[in-house]
Design a protein around this ligand. Structure first.
Ligand code: HEC
Ligand code: HEC
Length: 322
């Protein structure tokens, strides 16, 4: 008997030591995403223009990194607070910690090298080497072509600096440890592979982060069998819950019956139309329609053409629950 207790005791100590070693190892060696110091951004007119387009229409950076007025449909981005950050994601809201969206104006980023900003956007590691919470869509931005990533950074360096600082992000254990393993290496899309509308549409859907909301996920891993079938729930400040729609080409429950014109018009309706007032408890959406509405009709058309090619899935969604 004594012998067994001894063995059991040693086993428990062993497990304890191994666990402690694993925790120490992850804590000190992750996230292990090296800086690519050869990454340099050219501040050309062309890069700045392209970056302005991507940030303000496809990537929706300011939907998170600005003050956003959600009494307006899909959130009105306050023009002179673009890039200021400060959207708060608290533990009471169901997040594993307390954090703010960062200030991405030159006030905060002026001392960051191009390589450091590139790593933050495409890998999720900040200047200090800390992992970023994956609400920041680095798992989507990792697909940015090198040219597009450079354009975004060039543009960010030209926006108005806004003085604003927030508390350091804090995460609860064990998520604080898991978070360190989430950053990913960039997988830049090869520009020369974007030869037709469908390929280009797929690229825009990737870097637009559409799947973050439109593909259901389990513990952060997207369900491959439910790609674009919707269902992700987001509680709205004005009351009620919006649910991401099924955007697969299923005829009954998805957007199978939509024409290309209808698709483009649905987005374009919100262009320069970001002041639609939402009554308390009325239909509101976290989908940044007013941002995506700034995409060209050509780009929206490419997105439509790509979405026609994904697997149709039957999944009826009630898009808003009052
Ligand atoms: C869905 C919301 C969301 C979108 C869209 C988004 N971000 Fe973020 N971003 C965040 C949050 C939240 C953080 C802070 C995460 C943390 O502290 O762990 C962050 C952090 C960052 C940081 C790190 C800054 C620092 O001081 O550590 C940079 C740089 C950044 N984002 C740039 C961008 C750019 C550029 C875009 C568009 C291409 C973008 N973000 C789009 C939510 C978002
Ligand atoms: C932050 C979450 C979020 C992101 C990111 C997002 N959506 Fe949505 N989307 C929603 C929600 C919620 C709805 C349902 C409510 C509504 O209609 O606004 C929706 C609705 C839609 C609809 C309308 C479908 C219908 O049946 O009425 C289309 C089309 C759509 N999204 C396409 C896209 C595309 C394309 C992207 C990427 C460029 C995208 N969405 C990114 C949350 C999101």
């Amino acid at each position: 008997m004594n012998k067994y207790i001894k063995i059991l005791g040693s086993l428990i100590s062993l497990i304890f030591i191994v666990t402690a070693l694993i925790i120490l190892y992850i804590n000190f060696s992750y996230p292990n995403i090296p800086l690519d110091n050869s990454f340099k951004v050219e501040m050309t007119e062309q890069n700045i223009e392209r970056g302005k387009y991507l940030v303000n229409s496809v990537n929706a950076c300011f939907h998170c990194h600005s003050t956003v007025d959600f009494t307006k449909f899909s959130g009105k981005i306050i023009e002179n607070e673009k890039g200021k950050g400060g959207r708060y994601y608290p533990e009471e809201g169901g997040f594993p910690g307390n954090f703010y969206s960062s200030n991405i104006t030159p006030y905060n980023l002026k001392d960051w090298s191009d390589a450091e900003i590139y790593r933050a956007i495409t890998s999720g590691v900040n200047k200090n080497g800390d992992a970023l919470f994956p609400l920041m869509p680095y798992h989507a931005y990792k697909y940015l072509t090198l040219d597009d990533a450079k354009s975004i950074i060039a543009y960010l360096r030209t926006i108005k600096p806004i003085e604003a600082k927030y508390n350091k992000s804090e995460f609860t254990f064990p998520f604080s440890l898991i978070l360190k393993t989430i950053p990913n290496k960039p997988e830049p899309t090869d520009k020369s592979s974007l030869t037709n509308n469908i390929e280009y549409g797929k690229y825009l859907v990737n870097i637009g982060g559409c799947e973050d909301c439109h593909t259901p996920s389990e513990g952060g891993t997207p369900d491959e069998n439910m790609r674009f079938a919707g269902g992700f729930e987001i509680p709205m400040e004005t009351g009620g819950i919006c649910k991401a729609a099924n955007i697969t080409p299923d005829n009954e429950t998805g957007i199978g019956s939509w024409t290309k014109e209808k698709f483009i018009q649905r987005f374009k309706f919100y262009q320069n139309n970001d002041s639609l007032i939402v009554k308390s408890g009325g239909f509101n959406s976290e989908m940044p329609w007013t941002v995506y509405a700034n995409m060209t009709e050509e780009d929206l058309g490419s997105i439509y053409e790509y979405l026609r090619t994904v697997k149709p899935i039957k999944n009826r969604i009630q898009k808003f629950i009052p």
